[in-house]
Design a protein around this ligand. Structure first.
Ligand code: MG
Length: 160
């Protein structure tokens, strides 16, 4: 069995007049994340973790933020493309763990839905999908509610 791990990180700025997407679901909030796609910061961190695990660069290399093709695209579509690359190399996802750092909105009521959403998009049992939400204790840019950041790790495996 060949196993590999990957780590991903992303941060997006919170702005007015954008919808907020985290983990493939829309979360009601007065602001949303700024970005070329729908700016789903958690999905982007997961894409980078997967790309890291197969040593294929990062999401910015794969999906240019100047390409009109990706303008306002649901990030779940980008994740499906990345999953295709991982599976093409013969890997399956063992498990995934994530951290969302958001001062606001409170994500506790949405964690279960985020977990189910990731489980369904990634075709991984939801018992293998970790979703954790933290605040930044009021410190720094994240603490001032200027943005939301995420970390993700994945473990992938294939029979060798
Ligand atoms: Mg991003």
């Amino acid at each position: 069995m060949e196993i590999r791990i990957g780590i991903g990180y992303d941060l997006h700025r919170l702005v007015n007049e954008r919808k907020l997407f985290i983990g493939g679901i829309e979360i009601p909030y007065l602001k949303g994340l700024l970005g070329h796609s729908d700016a789903d910061v958690l999905i982007h961190a997961i894409c980078d973790a997967l790309l890291g695990a197969i040593a294929k660069g990062d999401i910015g290399e794969l999906f240019s933020d100047t390409d009109p093709k990706y303008q306002d695209i649901p990030s779940t579509e980008l994740l499906k493309i990345v999953l295709g690359l991982v599976r093409k190399q013969g890997y399956e996802i063992s498990n995934l763990d994530t951290v969302i750092i958001a001062e606001e909105p409170k994500l506790l009521p949405f964690k279960k839905r985020i977990q189910e959403s990731l489980s369904s998009i990634m075709k991984v049992d939801k018992n293998c999908v970790g979703v954790k939400a933290k605040t930044n204790e009021g410190l720094g840019e994240l603490g001032r509610k200027e943005g939301i950041a995420c970390f993700a790790t994945v473990l992938i495996k294939k029979e060798s």
